[in-house]
Design a binder for this molecule. Structure first.
Ligand code: NAD
Length: 329
């Protein structure tokens, strides 16, 4: 089986590639990544074919996807603040890029797994978020992810493409980049804690997220690809946990056995207060999947940063998009 991973040099993609190459059903993994937020070093020692290119370059995309059995489409311009800084770039990557990938899957007869985001629920107040709730995107990022997932479902309906749309919640774990303005909250907290700096908290820290360990996410993605699972509605890929930023601070203090300072700043535009997944649809499609508990995932993640963070310079991987602080949904 030949599997293409778009965005495979990114955080989730590089963890996924490590999982895919272990699966006996898969004999070829090809990564397409333009290294805009990903790092080639994330794939060091991982037996994949790497193509340095953009999914917006249609001839390259066609060449990479032709002959693929399945595409796991992760490439995107992630983060809410990045989309507020440049909405058109987010639309190009997340909406138009997804449309191009779908079109090549259709030509190649490949199935597709698409990464969408819990941010599409936006200001909908109900918790947990069920997939049949309305969507109310609060940022250009969320709108672009909703456009991408809508195209995927429309391709399933219009062309019989086997498509599965996952709404990721807050994924965390090894290889997630830290130490820049668009860093997700867990790597940002760990980076600050290990550098002896205060944790930067937007709002009062009581906002909650359904943090999902990347190891749990990539197992489901790999199962979806090998079993060619398709669905006519999006599926949340998270397990219904609800953890506040202050909880993370407490747990890091316990793991490091020392108090951590926090610096509180105003809430950020486009961020939602609370987020938690309903996971019934996920468990119906993947009854054997088991989440790594948050305590264990955070400990594994902290250990990884302790071993890999270069505190003289930047995050372990490299120097894309250097700035400071943030939460990614
Ligand atoms: P990431 O930034 O680490 O990975 C995205 C990858 O896409 C990067 O390697 C980047 O270089 C690549 N890319 C961007 N534009 C490209 C283009 N035009 N052509 C080819 N490659 C391109 O982010 P991630 O956290 O691994 O996210 C993966 C996917 O999951 C994204 O679609 C993101 O929107 C979605 N998601 C992630 C989270 C999370 O918590 N990490 C939450 C919700 C949704």
């Amino acid at each position: 089986m030949r599997v293409v991973v778009t965005g495979g040099a990114g955080f989730i993609g590089a963890n996924l590639c490590r999982e895919l190459i272990m699966r006996p059903a898969i004999n070829e993994v090809v990564v397409l990544d333009n290294l805009s937020t990903g790092y080639k070093e994330n794939l060091s020692g991982v037996d994949v074919e790497f193509v340095n290119g953009s999914m917006l370059d249609r001839p390259t995309l066609r060449e990479v996807i032709s002959g693929a059995d399945t595409v796991i489409h992760l490439a995107a311009r992630p983060s809410v603040p990045r989309s507020i800084a440049d909405p058109i770039a987010s639309h190009d990557a997340n909406a138009t890029g997804t449309l191009y990938v779908l079109e090549e899957c259709r030509r190649a007869g490949a199935s597709i797994v698409v990464a969408s985001s819990s941010s599409v629920y936006g200001s909908v107040p109900e918790l947990p978020r069920r997939e049949d709730l309305p969507t109310r995107p609060q940022s250009p990022y969320a709108a672009s992810k909703l456009a991408g997932e809508s195209y995927a479902l429309a391709y399933g309906n219009s062309f019989g493409l086997d498509a599965l749309v996952f709404r990721f919640f807050n994924v965390y774990g090894p290889l997630q980049s830290s130490g820049h303005a668009y860093a997700a909250v867990i790597p940002a907290f760990i980076h600050a804690a290990l550098s002896g700096e205060p944790l930067h908290i937007h709002g009062d820290g009581t906002q909650t997220r359904d943090f999902t360990y990347v190891g749990s996410v990539v197992k489901v993605l790999a199962d979806a690809a090998t079993r060619r699972v398709a669905a006519t509605t999006p599926v949340n890929l998270a397990f219904g946990s609800r953890i506040s930023l202050l909880d993370i601070k407490d747990r890091l203090e316990a793991l490091l056995d020392r108090p951590l300072d926090a610096h509180f700043a105003p809430s950020r535009q486009g961020d939602v207060k609370d987020s938690q997944a309903a996971s019934r649809a996920l468990l119906e499609l993947f009854p054997d999947c088991e989440p790594v508990p948050f305590e264990d995932g955070l400990e594994l993640t902290l250990k990884w940063y302790q071993e890999h963070l270069n505190l003289d310079g930047e995050a372990a991987q490299g120097t894309n998009d250097r700035h400071t602080g943030g939460v990614h949904v």
